[in-house]
Design a protein around this ligand. Structure first.
Ligand code: PAF
Length: 299
């Protein structure tokens, strides 16, 4: 694997069908599974690593976002990536960014409503990655379900010749969806965080048993989360997988999403429910401790 810090460097080394796995680093098994999917479908797998200041709501969240290039390079190389693109802020934003990509409606509810400007930041940096790297296929985790809908919309509506693929969430062995913010949970918060996936899994079972209305499904999640007073629920919503519009009834594919603050850490999670197959995508579960908690470079 080579490490490059310029768009030109990536384009110079990309051969055949190029796959892009955009990340903000601090890689974990969720990223590793996305890289593995990219390896199966493409000839050159590029992992981008850039903590995008444009998409953070607060300077504290940005400053406390974990960063360790050596660690990430080691994990990406072991996962089989060919190129690690780790640009500086100057390479990504060499001048004041006057062109902002705004995906209306898809990015309006849920995360968009609670984190104003967040999806503009995401859409802008993803558009830059797509035009600077020119991947044939780009791979994203389904944990960020609304982000996936935003990215699909921008690629389609800006006529970008890239296929956007969404991949199942990977969970820690206790069910908590993998995310770098999990490292900030103390023991008590960690125990409470399990309730997020527990509640979604119960609702997913309800769906598989035939429930198609948003009301009973969101009520199940709220009821389970309500049992723990340390969980401050931000939202529980059922949304269309493509448009990210909130729906009352499941038609086609939807996601049941939850966001909550636990012990000062904001977590999101979801399950995808597909009316056409009657199946739920709840993701996969690790059987071991995540590499998130391993210290420094994992060779
Ligand atoms: O999901 C993420 O890690 C980020 O939002 C992304 C897509 C890499 C854009 O900065």
């Amino acid at each position: 694997m080579i490490v490059v810090d310029t768009f030109a460097g990536v384009r110079e080394h990309g051969d055949g069908v190029v796959g892009l796995v955009p990340t903000m680093g601090y890689l974990h098994e969720g990223h590793v599974s996305v890289i593995a999917a990219a390896m199966e479908r493409t000839d050159t797998v590029v992992v981008s690593l850039f903590v995008n200041p444009l998409q953070f709501d607060g300077i504290t969240d940005l400053k406390t976002y974990p960063a360790d290039l050596e660690r990430d390079a080691s994990i990406a190389a072991e996962a089989g990536a060919h190129i690690l693109f780790a640009p500086s802020v100057d390479e990504m934003y060499p001048e004041p960014q006057l062109t902002i990509v705004h995906v209306d409606e898809v990015g309006a509810a849920m995360e968009g409503e609670r984190r104003p400007g967040h999806f503009d930041g995401v859409a802008t940096v993803v558009a830059k990655l797509f035009s600077g790297i020119r991947p044939d296929v780009a791979f994203f985790g389904r944990k960020d379900a609304q982000q996936l809908a935003v990215v699909r919309t921008l690629a389609r509506q800006l006529s970008m010749p890239v296929e956007v693929v969404g991949l199942p969430t990977v969970r820690e062995s206790d069910g908590v969806a993998l995310g770098s913010r999990n490292t900030r949970l103390d023991q008590a918060a960690r125990k409470s965080a399990r309730k997020l996936s527990e509640s979604l899994l119960v609702a997913a079972d309800q769906f598989v048993a035939g429930e198609r209305l948003a009301g009973p499904l969101t009520a199940t999640v709220r009821e389970i989360l309500g049992q723990d007073t340390s969980i401050a629920v931000d939202y529980v919503e059922l949304a269309d997988a493509i448009s990210a519009m909130i729906v009352d009834l499941i038609k086609g594919e939807v996601f049941l999403a939850v966001a909550a603050r636990i012990g000062g850490v904001r977590l999101i999670d979801n399950v995808f429910l597909d009316d056409r197959t009657g199946l739920a995508d709840t993701g996969s579960m690790l059987t071991h401790n995540s590499i998130l908690y391993e210290s420094k470079s994992c060779s």
